[in-house]
Design a protein around this ligand. Structure first.
Ligand code: XMP
Length: 326
């Protein structure tokens, strides 16, 4: 049997009962594989790594060392949620690394999208490897690889992810959800008691808000992306669109236009709203946001987000336009 192929007789995990069974089998397998060894995990707060963390916490408790790297490109409230759920509620061994300045300094002035991705990926690996080097006796590396990662890219996490850890770390891999599809990971996560906001999280790119701040990232424009994204998410949740729309976010392009604020001309950025539906991200259609909500979003964003005087609504399908802007 190919150890990278899902067993043909494996049932689709689509109910709490099947999730329970999967969890108890995995707990046993994890205990057997790991024994009294120590395991390292890069915990982003995304669905896959969170489910792996929750499984390992149940299986081996404090033998798991989770590392959450804040690269400064996370959404509002994300690092806090990781700390709250994993350190405070699940009592995990969690190392929080504030690498915000380090990433933003490296990214300053870099305009090329691929170059930005490369810097974020390399810096992430460097920060993680430095944290790994501080730990004694780590034998295993846990990863949130899921089955589509194996099928699409030979086990490399997400086709254009910033993930991928240094081979020289030389750990034995622990990949408890590698045969699961995304919907199954969510059912398992729910059964493990993770909050809905984590389990049903919309897709979020590895380079984070960095790809929504096209061109050279500045702290000011990044703050505008983060604040407008938070307003969009809050309003989608209030209006029953959270969990219904596949992916929604804001982008702040690198140009300014004229406005009038307090009787004076101002030059400020626009915020672009993007909300799409998709099955597998290869194509996407537009979510028709009700006009009343769009208008309310525009009012809130121009009055609450510093440096923004316009709101635009992107109605471009994929193809031709990709979902993200970079
Ligand atoms: P595009 O923009 O190519 O995006 O239509 C398709 C899906 O992939 C996500 N995406 C990324 N995910 N690293 C990731 O992990 C990336 O660099 C990246 N770029 C895009 C995007 O959010 C969408 O869901």
């Amino acid at each position: 049997m190919d150890k990278n192929r899902r067993p043909e007789d494996m049932a689709r995990i689509n109910s709490p009962a099947l999730a329970k069974k999967f969890i108890s089998e995995q707990l046993e397998a994890l205990k057997k594989q790991i024994g009294d060894g120590k395991v390292l995990l890069a915990l982003s707060g995304g669905v896959d790594s969170s489910v792996v963390a929750a499984l390992l916490i149940q299986a081996i408790g404090k033998q798991l060392v989770c590392v959450h790297v804040n690269h400064g490109l996370l959404r509002e409230g994300e690092p806090e949620q990781v700390i709250r759920v994993f350190r405070n509620e699940l009592d995990a061994n969690l190392i929080y690394v504030d690498a915000v300045d380090r990433f933003l300094d490296k990214l300053a002035g870099v305009t090329d999208p691929e170059e930005k991705r490369k810097i974020i990926g390399k810096e992430f690996i460097d920060v993680f490897a430095e944290e790994a080097a501080k730990q004694d006796g780590i034998r295993f590396l846990a990863q949130g690889t899921i089955y589509p990662d194996i099928l699409e890219s030979e086990g490399v996490k997400a086709h254009h992810n910033v993930g991928g850890l240094p081979p020289e770390l030389n750990f034995e891999l622990v990949e408890p959800v590698k045969f699961l599809y995304k919907d199954e990971v969510r059912v398992v996560g729910k059964e493990l008691g993770l909050p809905d906001s984590m389990v049903y999280r919309q897709p979020f790119p590895g380079p984070g808000l960095g790809v929504r701040c096209p061109g050279a990232i500045t702290r000011e424009r990044l703050a505008a992306v983060r604040a407008s994204d938070a307003i969009l998410r809050e309003e989608f949740a209030k209006n029953g669109l959270e969990g219904k729309v596949w992916q929604y976010f804001t982008v702040v392009p690198d140009f300014k236009s004229t406005g009038i604020r307090d009787g004076k001309r101002c030059f400020e950025w626009p915020v672009i709203i993007r909300a799409v539906n998709s099955i597998d991200a290869t194509s996407a259609s537009i979510e028709p946001i009700p006009y009343e909500l769009l208008s309310h979003l525009a009012d809130r964003i121009v009055s609450e987000v510093p440096g923004v005087n316009r709101v635009l609504y992107d109605i471009s399908k994929k193809p031709v336009a990709t979902i993200e802007y970079e």
